[in-house]
Design a protein around this ligand. Structure first.
Ligand SMILES: [Zn+2]
Length: 128
């Protein structure tokens, strides 16, 4: 674990979007593609309490749903391809953009939890 460099200058939301630790901005937030790591290797911040839940998926559904349906609609109006072309074109677009959107949205959610202290809150009396 190294010293924290300029911890006050890190924007937790931007760091989360980039997949970096919301406290130090340099350590990796993800262990693999979408799994949140247990602890930042740079500053030691623990992510055990970080739970993005369904928020990133719901936000991604709204953003991608409007975007892909709009693009498919424009493609249909301009090109008027057969239906199998839509299936061939939009299936990989949807799969790739889903994974591409989910990771930054999940990082943003963890950054929001860190900024508004949803993770590091001290335990309340009674263990709740
Ligand atoms: Zn860190």
């Amino acid at each position: 674990m190294s010293d924290i460099k300029n911890p006050g200058n890190t924007n937790p939301l931007l760091a989360g979007l980039r997949g970096r630790c919301p406290r130090c901005g340099t350590g990796k937030l993800f262990d693999g593609l979408l799994d949140i790591t247990d602890q930042c290797r740079e500053c030691g911040l623990q992510f055990f309490g970080a739970d993005a839940g369904d928020g990133p998926a719901v936000a991604g559904i709204f953003i991608l749903g409007f975007g892909v349906v709009g693009l498919a609609w424009m493609f249909e109006l301009l090109v008027q391809p057969p239906l199998w072309v839509h299936a061939v074109v939009w299936t990989p677009v949807i799969l790739a953009s889903t994974v591409g959107f989910l990771r930054p949205l999940k990082g943003l959610t963890v950054g929001l939890q860190y900024k508004y202290r949803a993770v590091d809150e001290p335990e309340k009396l009674g263990g709740q």
